[in-house]
Design a protein around this ligand. Sequence first.
Ligand code: SF4
Length: 224
Amino acid sequence: MKRQSDLNAIYGILSKTYPTFENSDDPWMANGLSSTPFKSLVSAALSTMTTTARVISAAIPLYEKVDSFEELLAMDDEELRSIIKPVAHYNRKVRSLKKMCRQIVEDFDGKIPNSREELLSLNGIGEKCSRLIMNFQFGERTIAVDTHIHRLLNRLGIVKTSNTKATTREINSMTPMRFKKHAHEWLIQHGMNVCVARNPRCNECVIRSRCDYNRTTVGSCCAS
Ligand code: SF4
């Protein structure tokens, strides 16, 4: 199937173009936002609708004060509110984080659950976050899809979907196991740096010859 051969070729090219997060100077990794299961889950919960820079501004002082779900649960609400103020919807996130911590302490013995179903049962944890945690913390071969990856895969013509949930389902079923560990990392770097929402940089795109958007919208001037 053509889409499948295109996808395999795209992974091959992107894997040679981008480093894995572990080997990059990505600010999320450089600031240790996923360095423990606790930090990984709390950072992800803080990151909804918020830039990485703002998550870092909130997370660094927070992790200087607390290092476990129990400690975060015990923290005074007002203090937590003032620390996480840089992130969007910080009032709602205070309530949400406390609820999530209580669930983990009471239902999971203070430890982050290690199945997608259990992660999804936690307050404030959705599909993308559960797959990120399963991949990065527990080594499950799964691809988390955000708006950048959803946009990229639709422009390429690999999927034709209207929401991230459908894209998640399709890309996870299409991607061969050997690419799944790092697929999210390659796709998101390309989506954020080159295939940006406004004015994608098709002229400098390493996968433009495999892209439907380039073929139909940009035209032959950019074909390699
Ligand atoms: S050619 Fe343009 S639209 Fe296609 S993937 Fe590259 S940057 Fe995105």
